[in-house]
Design a protein around this ligand. Structure first.
Ligand code: NDP
Length: 324
């Protein structure tokens, strides 16, 4: 759940979170929200509106900005939303762990991730799930035609996104999975959680982990699940890491190739992809949980890709105008 513009002002969204009706909704429609801070950039309302049109479902889906403090603000907003008849929520930064703590029941993948991006009601019980892992794996398999079975994978990062995808990668049958993180203890904790899996190892990011990472140099797939910067900066990775890499995948998405994708191309990766497909697929999995139907994702992916490109072209033109 990343990126886009909001029609509501952040101030109005914050007001919703603290008093009165949570989200606006529409009469006769089931109500859903994406909740985060910041949230105005979220593309999720466009994605779910497209899914609803395509499948003929009567629902509304809004953004809700919740203050990051006090910590109870998140739970209060969720409880109020459900008490007012809301049917489900997506959760994004920085609340995925709050959502995990707030859910009374969890799917296996949410429990292993320790993070929740989808909340639904089962009777009166708030159930937490995490659809990031299936989102990545389905995007790799169906859109990019990448078969994970037996492949060697290097996963960069050990935050919420990385934790969310480990189980799905292992279930897809990867032959080896190295999780490398700037704070190595977090990668080690993650590997320990899956200690029944001989495929999984932990490592540190360079410079500390240069040696450990060189062991992962034969990775077929390298996934960047860090939040280290989209277009500028990026990770200090040895270029030779990408030698022999068939696909370098950045969970972040943008109109243009990200810093990680450019690094990967320079290092010799055969293909690169950003995380827009993952975003659409994780949303489709949430929609399936809530509505019992999985929308076709290819047209929605195309719609978003075109919208992002058009916005970037528009801001380039505006920038050129400003410069004159
Ligand atoms: P978290 O904040 O939970 O984790 C951030 C991770 O990035 C940590 O592993 C952190 O390492 C690492 N990191 C941050 N800055 C640096 C740096 N300068 N150098 C090296 N490592 C760094 O974020 P999430 O895991 O939730 O999200 C990660 C990214 O994935 C975000 O950009 C998010 O937008 C994207 N995402 C995309 C999705 C999609 O559908 N396309 C879905 C979910 C997330 P450390 O532990 O050392 O702090």
């Amino acid at each position: 759940m990343s990126a886009s513009r909001s029609s509501a002002s952040p101030a109005a969204e914050a007001h919703d979170a603290t008093e009165g009706t949570v989200g606006t909704g529409a009469p006769g429609r089931d109500r859903y929200l994406v909740i985060g801070n910041p949230i105005a950039h979220s593309r999720s309302p466009e994605i779910h509106a497209a899914f609803a049109r395509q499948t003929g479902q009567a629902l509304s889906y809004d953004r809700l900005l919740v203050p990051a403090t006090p910590p109870e603000a998140f739970g209060r907003a969720v409880d109020r939303f459900f008490a007012q008849g809301g049917r489900g929520l997506n959760v994004t930064l920085p609340f995925k762990e709050h959502a995990f703590a707030h859910a009374r029941r969890h799917s296996d993948r949410a429990r292993l991730a320790g993070a929740v991006n989808t909340l639904a009601l089962d009777g009166d019980t708030v159930v937490g799930d995490n659809t990031d892992g299936p989102g990545l794996v389905i995007d790799l398999r169906d859109r990019l035609g990448f078969d994970l079975a037996g492949k060697s994978v290097l996963l960069l990062g050990a935050g919420g996104a990385a934790r969310g995808v480990v189980m799905s990668l292992l279930q897809a049958g990867v032959g080896a999975l190295v999780v490398a993180n700037r704070t190595p203890a977090r990668a080690e904790r993650l590997a320990t959680q899956f200690n029944a899996s001989p495929a999984l190892r932990a490592a540190a990011l360079p410079p500390v982990g240069a040696v450990a990472l060189s062991a992962a140099r034969a990775a077929d797939l390298i996934v960047n699940a860090t939040s280290s910067g989209v277009l500028a900066g990026g990770l200090a990775l040895p270029p030779e890491l990408f030698e022999g890499c068939t696909l370098a995948y950045d969970c972040v998405y943008a109109a243009r190739p990200t810093a990680f994708m450019l690094q990967a191309r320079r290092g010799g990766a055969s293909r690169t992809a950003d995380g827009l497909g993952m975003l659409v697929e994780q949303a489709a999995e949430s929609f399936l949980i809530w509505r019992g139907v999985r929308p076709a994702t290819a047209p929605v992916y195309r719609m978003l890709r075109d919208a992002i490109s058009a916005e970037a072209a528009g801001s380039d033109a505006a920038g050129a105008g400003d410069a004159r």
